[in-house]
Design a protein around this ligand. Structure first.
Ligand SMILES: [Zn+2]
Length: 112
């Protein structure tokens, strides 16, 4: 498959579109939501790397019975976080494995 109409093979991959808007977990009452502050991807409420513990709990509740949906939502955000964090700090950003663990791997775990 070629790109750009030149007929030449390319190794350049097209970047996917932006992922979902990080509006979840939804805030309860008037509290500051545990949503990510971009582009540094820390929690707005407590400053922890997002998703913080509280965000994980709230997301688990919101997506109860739809863990595949939660994984897909978080995968989109992980991609955006990779783009933001590598753009901010190309030499010292978290590794892809670290971001996978942080964003997605916890979803399959039972809460303690
Ligand atoms: Zn938080």
């Amino acid at each position: 498959m070629t790109a750009g109409g030149s007929g030449a093979l390319t190794t350049r991959l097209f970047a996917p579109e932006r992922g979902p808007r990080p509006q979840r977990p939804y805030p309860r009452d008037a509290e500051v939501p545990h949503t990510p502050l971009r582009p540094i991807w820390c929690c707005r409420a407590d400053g922890q790397p997002w998703p913080c513990g509280q965000a994980r709990l709230l997301l688990r509740v919101e997506y109860d019975g739809n863990l595949p949906g939660l994984s897909i939502y978080l995968a989109g955000l992980m991609y955006d976080a990779m783009r933001d964090l590598y753009h901010l700090n190309p030499h010292d950003a978290p590794t892809p494995a670290t971001l996978f663990t942080r964003f997605i791997a916890w979803v399959r775990c039972r809460p303690a």
